[in-house]
Design a protein around this ligand. Structure first.
Ligand code: COA
Length: 331
């Protein structure tokens, strides 16, 4: 039986570190408020001129090195982001050109914080049907250009950071390795609980100068609704995934949760009865990097030596849409 597995992984964050105190000099917030509400201590911001595909390129190079591959070994690219280089074409095309791998196919996934898991599920299916062998799956974000660093935008601006993560997925017939199961969900009735309305194609023209004097150009969030739904939906998702795979919480070596809020993940880990330390986190250093957060944390956990070949790893995410997803794999 052929399964797809991760054969290379890499991540990259831009060098500039922005502390909570630095944000507190721009808007009415504090290190204490941000830390206690979210767990975030600092995040990285890309410099002017650095795009989402640039961060994705660095992460991809590291994943290729880890896999012992060159760009020429790739058959397909899946690129997950909500901060694309441009509205079109997809950021995968920009990355493909930078990697010099035309004319392989590129697919952009616009599924917010679950984008990387949706992307991995698509790559997994393409590999299992035998269509492609080596697929590069990237999650990358440059949020810092689209955050309102004034008092009005403080509820959202303090949460997000820039970064990228990438994996190479390939087929394997090793029964003790690979993706065992994926679950993908969405509930579009909550699409406006966390969204950015500036690009409104129902308007003619879609954008007018007065839009810039409204709050439409910034992300808008109902933080409490996001928090409440994240805890409920992620709880159901983990229970479903474990039940359908006949796996007990204690059999899972590591849970890699999307990094939106440390309190959400701590609450979940406790409610679901996982051993302390099973849920790993790095939100303290990077904030919420949306599609990049799962590969970034998976890469750090792997490089720390915490994951061994054959370990059961559960990846879970919840985000705008609302969307939520899981992936269970043997490393
Ligand atoms: N600094 C200081 N005060 C802030 C602030 C900031 N950055 N942002 C909001 N506040 C204020 C609010 O204005 C409010 O003031 P008020 O009581 O005078 O009205 C107060 O803090 C409490 O706001 P509230 O929204 O109740 O805080 P909270 O405890 O719910 O925490 C979030 C806010 C955003 C941290 C929390 O709702 C959350 O994490 N939600 C999920 C967000 C998320 O994960 N988004 C990404 C999904 S992928």
């Amino acid at each position: 039986m052929i399964r797809s597995c991760i054969v290379g992984i890499g991540s990259y964050v831009p060098p500039r570190v922005v502390s909570n105190d630095e944000l507190a000099r721009m808007m009415d917030t504090s290190d204490e408020w941000i830390r206690t509400r979210t767990g975030i201590v600092e995040r990285h911001f890309a410099e002017e001129g650095v795009s989402c595909s640039d961060l994705g390129l660095e992460a991809s190079k590291r994943a290729l090195t880890d896999a012992g591959m060159t760009p020429g070994d790739l058959d397909f690219i899946v690129f997950a982001t909500i901060s694309p280089d441009h509205h079109f074409p997809g950021t995968g095309c920009f990355l493909q050109a930078k990697l010099g791998v035309a004319p392989i196919g590129c697919l952009d996934v616009r599924n917010q914080c679950t984008g990387f898991l949706y992307g991995m599920a698509v790559a997994d299916a393409l590999i299992r049907v035998g269509m492609y062998k080596n697929i590069l799956v990237v999650g990358s974000e440059v949020h810092s250009s689209a955050l309102d660093f004034t008092d009005e935008g403080r509820d959202v601006a303090v949460l997000f950071g820039d970064g990228a993560g990438a994996v190479i997925m390939s087929p394997s017939d090793d029964p003790n390795r690979g993706i065992l199961y994926s679950e993908l969900h969405a509930d579009g009735r909550f699409a406006r609980a966390l969204f950015m309305s500036v690009w409104d194609i129902s308007r003619k023209p879609f954008i007018t100068p007065d839009v810039f004097s409204t709050r439409e150009i910034w992300p808008q969030m109902d933080g409490r609704a996001v928090f409440k739904n994240a805890v409920i939906k992620l709880g159901e998702l983990v229970e479903n995934t474990l039940r359908n795979c006949r796996v007990k919480p204690e059999e899972i070596k590591i849970v890699i949760p999307h990094q939106a809020n440390l309190r959400i993940n701590d609450l979940l880990a406790e409610r679901l009865g996982f051993r302390p330390g099973t849920f790993v986190n790095n939100i303290q250093k990077y904030g919420n990097t949306t599609a990049a957060s799962i590969p970034l944390l998976l890469d750090e956990t792997y490089r720390a030596g915490t994951i061994q070949r054959g370990d059961l790893i559960l990846l879970i995410a919840f985000g705008s849409g609302f969307t939520w997803a899981s992936s269970l794999m043997r490393w």
